[in-house]
Design a protein around this ligand. Structure first.
Ligand code: SF4
Ligand code: SF4
Length: 356
């Protein structure tokens, strides 16, 4: 399910744009029908704060739920393993490795879709050198990682795994073998055989455990017949004070981010006076307009001052686009401060700058 969501998200369009995509040339993030420009530091800060609190909340309370159930590597290896299982013991290993090669290509192209719209990526693949190079290099690196590093990545390189060790506390949800019931263990070792990271849960908690729960399922297939719970099982407390204050802080950060996004004006308008040499009495002003809305904007550039504007004054802005331009200003009377206005429909924004 999570693989379908991650692969399908760039194909979902809201206001004509991918639900989640970072547009590198325009330096803007398309975020579920809204757009965040890189100069909007307060939004980037709010989004980063929410993200960090969310990671801290999920990891502290639910442990390695991401690693065992949501991590793309886990999903890909589990998928390849299920093909290997169908192929049987003799050819399973070969089938698993062969399956990982096209899956790596899918991951590579999915990563590009988060930067270049899917339709553009597909039409440019093996045509545009940049996209083709990125696709092939990523494919090669991902395939190497999955084929030769696999689960060892989790215990050696993965930065999230290292972060978890700092966030865990005594009540974090973990999978643990119940040593008090050791006499009930049949020593069949199936919990060890199914473990994807090759650890023996009976030896105690291990930082390599990704909480996939395969050992619980393996043990349960025996214990269910005896009417007893499996010996490896979840241990931890979900409902506790930390759940509420950390969860509350995460919800507050999410609400703040949404309020900041929703309360933004549909347009941003900035002007600066240029220092370029010009005929006496004439000033030039550069302007930048950001269209934060999903609608095209047709705007008139004007000034309430006694001036003549020389340059394009009717401006067309595509949805979620930015426009940079300049205009010459010649006063018809004394002028110390210039006011420039953009207006269209219900929108009217005014900015001022000095006049020399
Ligand atoms: S010990 Fe159990 S939960 Fe942990 S990785 Fe191995 S099989 Fe998964
Ligand atoms: S699968 Fe269960 S019964 Fe078998 S060795 Fe592991 S803990 Fe013991």
């Amino acid at each position: 399910m999570q693989a379908v969501i991650i692969t399908g998200l760039p194909f979902i369009t809201i206001n004509g744009e991918s639900a989640l995509r970072f547009d590198i040339p325009a330096l803007k993030l398309h975020l579920f029908g809204s757009v965040i420009w890189m100069h909007e530091f307060y939004l980037i800060l709010a989004a980063s704060l929410f993200f960090l609190l969310f990671i801290a909340f999920v990891t502290t309370i639910f442990g390695r739920i991401w690693c065992g159930w949501l991590c793309p590597q886990t999903v890909l290896l589990d998928l390849a393993n299920s093909f290997a299982g169908v192929a049987g013991k003799k050819h399973g290993n070969t089938v698993q490795k062969i399956t990982l090669i096209p899956l790596s290509a899918l991951v590579s192209i999915t990563m590009i879709w988060y930067f270049v719209p899917p339709a553009e990526t597909l039409s440019s693949l093996f045509v545009a050198p940049l996209i083709t190079t990125f696709f092939l290099v990523l494919w090669f690196i991902i395939a190497l990682e999955l084929l030769f590093l696999g689960r060892r990545f989790c215990t050696s390189v993965c930065p999230y795994a290292m972060l978890q060790n700092m966030l865990f506390d005594k009540d974090t949800l973990v999978i643990e073998y119940n040593v008090l019931r050791d006499s009930e263990c049949m020593k069949c070792n199936e919990c060890v055989e199914v473990c994807p990271v090759g650890i023996d849960i009976k030896q105690g908690l291990s930082s390599a455990c990704i909480a996939c729960a395969d050992c619980i399922d393996a043990c349960q297939s025996h214990t269910i017949k005896r009417g007893i719970p499996p010996l490896p099982n979840y241990r931890g407390k979900i409902r506790r004070p930390k759940t509420y204050w950390l969860g509350g802080a995460t919800a507050a950060a999410a609400t703040t981010l949404l309020l900041l996004l929703w309360s933004r004006p549909p347009l941003d308008f900035l002007i600066t006076r240029d220092n370029a040499p010009l005929p006496a009495g004439v000033n030039r002003y550069s302007y930048t307009i950001h269209n934060n809305s999903g609608e095209e904007q047709i705007l008139e550039l004007s000034s309430p001052d006694r001036v003549t504007l020389i340059g394009e004054q009717t401006l067309h802005l595509a949805p979620f686009s930015a426009m940079h331009g300049s205009i010459l200003v010649k006063p018809t009377g004394k002028l110390e401060r210039l006011h420039l206005r953009i207006s269209g429909g219900a929108i009217s924004l005014s900015r001022e700058a000095g006049f020399l």
